[in-house]
Design a protein. Structure first.
Length: 443
């Protein structure tokens, strides 16, 4: 969230006749008067002010949090989901607990419809870890207490804002002290300025442990740094992976360009996002294009493979030849799974195949792909893949007898009417409609 969004979030905490509650350079709430003459002493940066030493402004912030009630928070509205998360994380830091993301739901366009944050002590540790026999390391301390504190927002279409629908303040555990709250995971962060300094030290040969020691000495102690050495390792590794990713993208395009020079029929196309990053990449070699011209009546649209190191969807467009062997018509790497992204894949695929479209398309039943196929290939017959259907059934319905009967029903040769009757009896017998996945399949 930018500076304007941060100030907007803090402004909602309190407005007074003399001024407002804002945030200083260390991320703490402080009161100020827009009409007051600036005080040079208060504008002077102090490294200790970001640590555990408490000042007058911290006491004001604590009083402010204590004055906030459920009714006050329920009136808040946020422009974005990120602003809501920033507000709750700030409230949690001032109160003495950490947070983490919980449930969320997004529509087919990728817009978040609701988001829920919970206390870091929410839930309980899985029982299997208590009875773990082959333990080689000492068990981690139990931090989950089943705390019910939470914060939930929902997107309101009329106001185009995220409104608060639930806010529970009560905790069933003791809160962190003022000196230790900044070491909770949700409040630890390596800032951009600190990363830039760490990167400069890394370039001249300093190790991560030495860089961390530099920050500790500069801040006057570990308690004043605001992050641990693991956070520094993670931030350095994250930025390194970004640099590698950009280099790999350039290498991939150079490789495909070389393939195009060696094979005139080879086809590839890519799309970059607003930040100039490679977002979509499609390619099909000469054999794939020739095979589709002969065996392209049925197209399998598969996106279940995400085993690449970037965890990006790999789209495999395949079919079956006259020997009943699988043949690949084209592949694509994507940055997301939105409707417009799948539409780009299908339109690019049709372009690569010189305008020819498949007669039937098979998918795993994903609603996003279904809408993309309907928009780009309206004349194609859309069918569900039996393998995906059976796999999804096993992962969502834990009943071996039902899954076996479903498999036999799918493999059975029968008329449409007979299949629908058998399916209806199977659904009613096992109460599949009560399951979320079963309800979606039945409807």
């Amino acid at each position: 969230m930018g500076q304007d969004g941060a100030l907007k979030t803090h402004d909602m905490l309190q407005e007074t006749e003399n001024g407002k509650i804002g945030m200083d350079g260390c991320g703490r709430l402080r009161s100020f008067d827009l009409n007051q003459e600036p005080e040079c002493d208060r504008d002077t940066f102090s490294e200790k002010s970001c640590g555990s030493i408490r000042g007058h402004e911290d006491e004001e912030a604590d009083e402010l949090v204590g004055a906030i009630g459920v009714d006050d928070v329920m009136k808040f509205a946020f422009d974005t989901e990120e602003e809501a998360g920033e507000f709750y994380n700030l409230y949690a830091k001032l109160s003495g607990f950490g947070i983490r993301k919980n449930n969320a739901k997004r529509d087919v366009d990728g817009i978040s419809r609701f988001r829920k944050w919970v206390c870091c002590c929410e839930g309980y540790r899985n029982e299997k870890w208590f009875n773990y026999e082959n333990r080689k390391r000492e068990a981690k301390p139990i931090t989950r207490t089943g705390c019910g504190a939470c914060f939930r927002v929902k997107y309101d279409i009329e106001s185009v804002k995220y409104v608060v629908t639930r806010f529970i303040m009560e905790h069933n555990h003791s809160l962190a002290s003022e000196a230790s709250v900044q070491h909770i995971r949700s409040h630890r962060k390596v800032s951009d300025a600190e990363y830039a300094q760490a990167k400069s030290l890394k370039l001249v040969g300093a190790r991560i442990c030495q860089i961390m020691k530099h920050f500790v000495i500069k801040a006057g102690g570990y308690s004043n740094v605001g992050f641990c050495i693991k956070d520094l390792y993670n931030r350095m590794d994250e930025e390194r992976r970004k640099d590698i990713l950009n280099g790999d993208a350039e290498g991939a395009l150079e490789f495909l360009a070389a393939k195009k020079d060696a094979d005139d029929i080879f086809f590839y196309k890519y799309h970059v996002d607003n930040e100039g990053r490679l977002a979509r990449l499609f390619w099909a070699d000469s054999k794939s294009r020739v095979d589709f011209s002969v065996f392209g009546d049925v197209l399998v649209f598969d996106t279940t493979c995400k085993t690449n190191k970037y965890r990006k969807p790999l789209v495999v467009l395949a079919g079956v030849n006259n020997h009943l062997n699988s043949t690949v018509f084209g592949c694509a790497l994507l940055s997301d799974e939105r409707i417009e992204t799948y539409e780009w894949v299908l339109s690019t695929f049709v372009e690569a195949m010189k305008g020819r479209k498949p007669v039937a398309v098979m998918t795993d039943g994903d609603s996003t792909k279904r809408r993309a196929i309907k928009n780009l290939l309206p004349d194609a017959c859309h069918r569900l893949c039996s393998w995906h259907l059976h796999r999804n059934a096993r992962s969502n319905i834990r009943c071996e007898e039902f899954n076996n009967r479903l498999y036999n029903l799918i493999a059975r040769k029968c008329s449409t009417l007979e299949f629908e009757n058998r399916w209806a009896r199977l659904v009613n017998e096992y109460g599949v409609v009560e399951n979320e996945w079963g309800e979606e399949v039945v409807l």
